[in-house]
Design a protein around this ligand. Structure first.
Ligand code: NAP
Length: 279
């Protein structure tokens, strides 16, 4: 059993993972930028801390608090993330920076902060929550997908770089998971309703909401507990795999993208999304 620090536990995959791990005997530090959202997890036995992955001070304080109690962080789960959806040209650059600040720089900085302690301890594991969206791209998802492609590259490089210190890097690639994620993704297009991409951005929101509410999501997707179980497996495994896809939606979509030439993929996308054009 080990100590596990998880980012983004107010809802969804982070909350389910904290619950799953504490129920199986791990010492869990569940964190959120609004710590008042962690009451139910505290009642289940999690220790709770404030942690905003956009704040150097907040990240440093949370890691120091765990190291004070445990010596080092046993496992870091880099989970905090969201989707800023919409056509690339239509998204204000500040929103794009924020998206990378949370999904990429937050993950990198958290890793940098826990690694010295893990190296001193001669052991540790970092579990990065990527996405099937790190292997394929939907129109209107360019910015979010870019962050998840980045998580793939960072995980692949770091897996090699830290192995000699007794530290493993594991990448989790969930597919369609019913959480607050889809609501946040749809809401992120709300202010992008002007100009040449207005109709397209509205459709991106509509398609996103539609997919997550569809019978297909029930058939090939899953709930946050399905990801939590795989994360527990990756933590408990003596020799974890480099990456774990979660739900058939992830494995089928990744395979479909690998087998589909770009032209055919674009054709398929045109059946789902309107091509933005001048009027
Ligand atoms: P969710 O229910 O919306 O949860 C996202 C979590 O990230 C929330 O706790 C949120 O906290 C937190 N967060 C956002 N910005 C943060 C910040 N600056 N600092 C700390 N926490 C922050 O969505 P989810 O589905 O569980 O998403 C978790 C991870 O899974 C994300 O990395 C997402 O990209 C990935 N993923 C999700 C899916 C899916 O279909 N749901 C698929 C593939 C990958 P607040 O409540 O404070 O906003």
């Amino acid at each position: 059993m080990t100590s596990v620090l998880i980012t983004g536990c107010s809802t969804g995959i982070g909350a389910a993972t904290a619950g799953e791990l504490v129920a199986h005997g791990h010492t869990v530090y569940a964190t959120a930028r609004r710590p008042e959202t962690l009451k139910a997890l505290a009642d289940q036995g999690c220790r709770t801390l404030a942690l905003d992955v956009n704040s150097e001070e907040s990240m440093g304080a949370a890691v120091a608090a765990v190291e004070n109690e445990e010596g080092s962080v046993g496992v870091l789960v880099n989970n905090a993330g969201y989707s800023q959806s919409g056509a690339v040209e239509s998204i204000p650059l500040d929103n794009i920076r924020k998206q990378f600040e949370t999904n990429v720089f937050g993950l990198i900085r958290m890793s940098q902060l826990v690694l010295p302690g893990m190296r001193r301890a001669g052991s540790g594991r970092i579990i990065n929550i990527g996405s099937m969206g790190g292997k394929l791209t939907f129109p209107g998802g360019g910015i979010y997908h870019a962050t998840k492609y980045a998580v793939e590259a960072i995980s692949d490089a770091m897996r090699f770089e830290v192995q000699g210190f007794g530290i493993q890097i594991v990448l989790i690639e969930p597919g369609l998971i019913t959480t607050e994620f889809a609501h946040a993704a749809v809401a992120s297009t709300d202010n992008l309703n002007d100009g040449p991409y207005a109709e397209f951005n509205a459709k991106v929101g509509e398609v996103t909401a539609g997919i997550y509410n569809s019978p297909m999501a029930k058939l090939v997707g899953g709930g946050p507990e399905s990801v939590a179980k795989v994360i527990r497996k990756a933590i408990d495994a003596k020799r974890p795999k480099a990456r774990y896809t979660v739900t058939p939606s992830a494995s089928l979509s990744i395979l479909q993208r690998q087998l589909t030439p770009d032209k055919a993929w674009d054709y398929m996308m045109r059946t789902q999304f309107p091509v933005p054009k001048s009027n």
